[in-house]
Design a protein around this ligand. Sequence first.
Ligand code: HEC
Length: 154
Amino acid sequence: MCKSAVFLLHGIEEISARINQSLIKQLISTFNRTLLIFGITMTSLFLHGCYYDVEEELYPSTGSSCDTLNVSYAADIVPILQQSCYICHSTGANLGGVTVEGYDEIIVLVEDGRLAGAVNHQSGFSPMPKDASQLDDCSLALINNWINDGALNN
Ligand code: HEC
């Protein structure tokens, strides 16, 4: 009677020990899975960060801001002229008898082809801006698209 009770107790102990072991195993594998998911998440976040770094390195000056569709005279063209041309071609300066300030003035230069000829450094025209390097690609694309789209006063 007593012997079998001890035997029974041992049996229960052993079973519960096994249950504990498998519980621990389960816990460990759950923990491992969590670690794995965490690792994957962190890696993809890291790669995502690198992706944007690279893009910024590829397009340092323009980024995605060089939008040459639907060019606006007021928002896109005037700022370029102000920065690179007004010093010599504002209404007051009017160097070489050329004014690019004001829509009524510049549309004349668009129609006789002198604006495109000068900024694109075409032969037969004085290359502009005078004594400086040619306008950057984005500014040139904006001016050329604006002209090709009909040089609207938009
Ligand atoms: C440092 C002064 C200076 C700057 C800056 C300058 N120009 Fe001129 N531009 C001149 C002078 C001077 C002339 C007269 C022709 C010559 O001397 O080459 C001229 C002529 C022109 C002409 C007539 C060209 C021709 O062949 O008939 C156009 C168009 C023109 N400029 C547009 C521009 C535009 C657009 C800019 C800005 C992107 C600009 N210029 C910047 C001084 C300048």
